[in-house]
Design a protein around this ligand. Structure first.
Ligand code: HMG
Ligand code: MG
Length: 301
């Protein structure tokens, strides 16, 4: 039986997952975006990534972006793949780290240049540092619905790596459909397995929209009681190590879905859409969000 949550927490990843795979925008454009997102009511914002600037040049100014923000009521997080990243994130007072690995060996190698086992080893240092500094840590598992290099992914591998991240001390696992190949049926099957072992309050969904299934997949996860959804304003982005993958599901579309279901979310849709229009104008592109485009057309009439 469907068990929709009363409230859904949206983790806005547009400034990281979105902008890591778009043309470079200025540091000020990023700061303006994050401020506009906070103004729209978003309380969890992934603001950057402390990764190698050679691997992802778009995130090289993360320290400058985060230093320029003053958002005491927002939980700002950032990717920290290793201790060096964690130390740099701490320097700018990041409140939440995000570590990331995969359910697919091949993707893990391409994305962070190590095996899944090695990634867990690296994270031990990050976790110890986070614990010593009272910083909470979120864990991402990529390729939960399929891998661009390996193809099918065994749901047992998703379970194993999720459990390892939880054992390390992550408070939540974000399940990444990195290349957006999932379907409602697959999401149901994955959750059938995971929810036997992991409480739903510890799971979030992070769906890219390559095949246009992200909203349907989110609806399926919501119906199973999952109450945290990652999304990117205007549907920005993709993944630099997953060729052809399109951006995350658009936050505007998720908010509209939640409104239709009568689920609380705390976000002002109009302000959110405006935040998306501003960053899209800086990027010289149209939002990849039907809701955003519909609101824009209504305004123009
Ligand atoms: P490595 O080559 O294995 O490690 O990279 P290394 O320690 O040998 O370092 C290599 C170079 O990076 C050195 O510089 C280091 O100094 C530097 P060089 O000597 O060549 O000049 N370096 C760093 N620089 C800045 N900050 C750091 C850092 N660490 C090392 N923290 C590493 C390992 C993880 C660093 C590298 O593979 C990397 O940066 N990968 C980027 C991965 C990434 O950002 N991918 C996209 C985000 S993940 C994603 O989008 C999926 C997600 O959205 C969920 C989903 O959708 O599934 C989360
Ligand atoms: Mg992603």
């Amino acid at each position: 039986m469907a068990q929709f949550p009363d409230f859904v927490r949206i983790v806005e990843v547009g400034a990281r997952d979105g902008l890591q795979n778009e043309a470079a925008v200025s540091t000020q454009d990023k700061v303006d975006l994050i401020n506009a997102l906070a103004d729209a009511g978003l309380k969890d914002i992934e603001a950057g990534a402390f990764v190698s600037p050679k691997w992802v040049p778009q995130m090289a100014d993360s320290s400058d972006v985060i230093s320029a923000l003053n958002l005491p009521n927002v939980n700002l997080s950032a990717l920290t793949p290793n201790l060096r990243g964690a130390e740099a994130a701490k320097q700018v007072d990041i409140q939440e780290f995000a570590i990331f690995t995969a359910a697919s060996e091949a993707f893990c190698q391409k994305n962070i240049n190590c095996s899944i086992d090695e990634s867990i080893d690296r994270f031990k240092d990050v976790m110890a540092f986070a614990k010593a500094n009272n910083i909470r840590v979120r864990g991402y598992v990529s390729c939960v619905m399929g891998c661009p290099y390996q193809g099918d992914v065994d749901y047992n591998d998703v379970l194993k790596v999720s459990q390892r991240l939880l054992e390390l001390g992550c408070y939540e696992i974000s399940l990444g459909d990195t290349i957006g190949v999932g379907t409602a049926q697959k999401v149901d099957e994955l959750l059938d397995l995971l929810l036997q072992h992991i409480d739903k309050s510890k799971l979030a969904v992070h769906f890219h929209d390559t095949y246009g299934q992200a909203l349907t997949n989110i609806y399926t996860a919501l119906s199973r009681g999952i109450a945290t959804v990652d999304s990117a304003v205007a549907g920005l982005g993709g993944c630099p190590y997953a060729k052809g993958a399109s951006g995350n599901v658009a936050t505007e579309d998720v908010v509209y879905l939640l409104q239709g279901l009568g689920i609380e979310h705390g976000i002002d849709l109009e302000r959110l859409a405006k935040a998306g229009w501003a960053i899209c104008s800086a990027l010289n592109k149209q939002p990849v969000s039907k809701v955003s485009l519909a609101l824009k057309n209504t305004q123009n009439n």
